[in-house]
Write a protein that binds this ligand. Structure first.
Ligand SMILES: *Cc1c(COP(=O)(O)O)cnc(C)c1O
Length: 485
């Protein structure tokens, strides 16, 4: 709920005789405040600790503001204090993490939590977290089990890998792979693939953290097989390819594909690892989406290890998935750092349920929210924009005009940034051109302050609300009366 302000500076009460400002002498004691019926009711509901603590901090704030002559007497009338206290208690009980409406047009938005979990994953998490489970317990033998075994079979089935393991996220998967296979040795990577993925994940830094020496080959735009061959020494331990997920090098380019690189690696008895980043488990092109290389293709081309994220195109929880040969995965699993990077039972339950959805590919576009949103028919998105339009027009007139507009969205989270998703949404523009920048910022802020904050984007002097991820338009329309401009 929107929080009313804690105090009102200009009240209607008559000022006290001597001073137009509130006096600290008029503040009630903590004890008197806590005994007041309305406050006693708060204590009965939430307990003494929280309410007394909120009361102490409220009175301390009042005292300080009185000291700075910032409070009107009406603000410290007893009833006003009671209301302020109730608001303060509510504010303390309101979680910092809250649901938002992602109307940015970027479906897998890292700042907004990436993939949405499927109902099946939510249900499995709830069922598994509410009590004990067989996380590391082998029910057949009654002996200690391995948490990897919960998803390893599924991952092997879905990707064709011999073995699989999972860690906390893909950054951890890459770090662990390099450390386990090449600590103290050299890793050859093309200069065109030395990516930074945001959040300070840069390939050269990851190499250093993993204790491996990065050997760069080729140039930014072109790398050839002989570049790798020439860089090999007896200290080389790993060849690595990184999927350049968040940018595209276009024009006069050349990269060495996995199959070619794999034959070079094999000739020298070295493993080849590929960091796919997004790693879709299905052929995205079959759904009319931009093509993404799959782990199964990478393994088929001869990669020994493929790493990818759980919460990007896969549509599951934050996770780092590592699939590959029995030999390479065995070394990775045994490496001591694995213990520090292991997945917790909570996302593991979500991952298992998400992977199980892939066993029924015909239903996937319905069951997996990420794929459902990415494949949502344009007509549907347009209908949503139309449904929201009248209420927004009424609420924002006369200061803003609102219209439906065709838009270009994106997949997000390291899928090709140059590929666009045709979408539809609302464009809100200030009528008064003077000061329109400030008016737009204020409007965007008002949407962010709704009970379920609405996150759009500002472009071309308009606030854009992309409706692709708004499957239930009432989530927006019911909030419009709360907009405070
Ligand atoms: C996203 C990405 C990562 C990091 O994955 P997280 O799951 O966010 O840790 C690593 N490499 C590539 C190529 C990526 O796209």
């Amino acid at each position: 709920m929107a929080r009313p302000p804690e105090s009102v500076v200009h009240g209607s009460a008559a000022p006290p005789e001597h001073s137009p400002e509130a006096s600290a002498k008029n503040l009630p004691s903590i004890d008197r405040l806590l005994r007041a019926p309305a406050v006693a009711a708060l204590v009965a509901e939430h307990g003494h600790t929280l309410v007394a603590d909120a009361a102490r901090s409220l009175l301390a704030d009042f005292r300080e503001r009185i000291g700075h002559a910032q409070l009107a007497p009406s603000a410290i009338e007893f009833e006003a204090i009671e209301r302020s206290l109730a608001n303060r208690v509510q504010a303390r009980l309101a979680p910092r993490m809250k649901p938002v409406l992602n109307l940015t047009g970027t479906v897998i938005h890292t700042n907004l939590g990436r993939a949405l979990l499927a109902d099946a994953a939510l249900a499995h998490v709830q069922a598994m977290m509410a009590g004990p489970n067989n996380l590391e317990y082998d029910l057949a033998t009654g002996a200690r089990g391995d948490r990897d075994s919960i998803v390893e079979g599924l991952l092997c089935e879905l990707t064709g890998a011999e073995a699989a393991t999972v860690v906390n996220n893909n950054a951890a998967a890459v770090l662990l792979t390099i450390a386990a296979l090449a600590r103290g040795k050299e890793v050859i990577v093309s200069r065109g693939e030395l990516v930074e993925i945001g959040g300070a994940f840069r390939m050269p830094d990851v190499m250093e953290s993993a204790g491996a020496k990065l050997v760069e080959v080729g140039t930014t735009n072109r790398t050839h097989p002989h570049d790798y061959e020439r860089a090999m020494t007896e200290r080389t331990a790993l060849l690595m390819k990184v999927h350049t997920s968040n940018y595209a090098v276009q024009g006069f380019t050349s990269a060495v594909d996995e199959a070619t690189l794999s034959s070079i690696a094999k000739k020298h008895g070295l493993p080849l690892a590929t960091d796919l980043g997004s790693g879709a488990l299905i052929d995205m092109a079959a759904y009319g989406l931009p093509r993404e290389p799959t782990p199964q293709e990478m393994l088929g081309a001869g990669c020994d290890v493929v790493t990818f994220s759980g919460d990007k195109l896969l549509g599951g929880p934050q996770a780092g998935l590592i699939v590959g040969t029995r030999e390479a995965i065995g070394r990775i699993r045994k490496f001591p750092m694995k213990r520090a990077l292991r997945m917790s039972k909570l996302p593991l339950a979500a991952l298992e349920a998400t992977l199980m959805l892939y066993q029924r590919p015909e239903r996937l576009a319905r069951d997996l929210p990420t794929l459902r949103l990415l494949t949502r028919p344009l007509a549907d998105i347009e209908a949503t924009a139309q449904a929201v339009l009248p209420a927004l027009q009424t609420a924002l007139a006369p200061r803003y005009t609102v219209s439906t507009v065709p838009l270009q969205g994106q997949i997000g989270s390291g899928s090709l940034p140059i590929e666009r998703l045709p979408s539809s949404g609302l464009a809100i523009a200030p009528v008064e051109k003077k000061g329109s920048g400030r008016a737009l910022d204020a409007l965007a802020a008002a949407f962010r302050q709704l009970p379920t904050p609405v996150i759009g984007r500002i472009a071309d002097d308009r606030l854009i609300l992309d409706c692709r991820c708004l499957e239930d338009f009432t989530q927006l329309t019911t909030q419009i009366p709360h907009l405070s401009l």
